[in-house]
Design a binder for this molecule. Sequence first.
Ligand SMILES: NC(=O)CC[C@H](N)C(=O)O
Length: 190
Amino acid sequence: MKIGVLALQGAVAEHIKLIEQAGGEGVIIKRTEQLQDIDGIIIPGGESTTIGKLMRTYGFINALREFSQQGKPLFGTCAGLIVLAKEISGQDDAHLGLMDIRVARNAFGRQRESFETNLDVKGIDTDVRAVFIRAPLIEEVGEGVDVLSTYNGQIVAARQGHLLAASFHPELTDDERMHAYFLDMVRESR
Ligand SMILES: NC(=O)CC[C@H](N)C(=O)O
């Protein structure tokens, strides 16, 4: 299975490494034409405003909406989660606007800008190691959205059909099980 990582900005190489650790083939995606050759895509962490702007410039907004319409899975981590969301608190416009969630950017405040913790994730048998960096929170989910994990009662991972989103950076640990979970979604979608 070929899994792309959108490589406009952000943590790309780390995702490629964990995709391969989980048994997939990682592909660096820089042009929309490459989407035809992959079975699923990860939108990495970074800065959502920058990623969104570059996506517009390079035609990825429409191309990824089409990719999603074909039922191909997308996984957004941190800034990537913001890019997937239908609604971003305090902002007028969404980026891809695919997933029925409302997100708050930089939701953990200054003192907790960056931290690591163990998380119970639905579908994964023991705790997942998670790194949070200026992370967003999911404030509200729509009907078809399954909450996969919470931290202090707040939603940090969710799934809606072929869409997966995490507030944290699973690629900054050597725990590949979030990537393995995504690979299972891709397998199911084919
Ligand atoms: N680590 C991250 O991806 C941070 C996300 C960033 N704070 C944003 O709002 O886009």
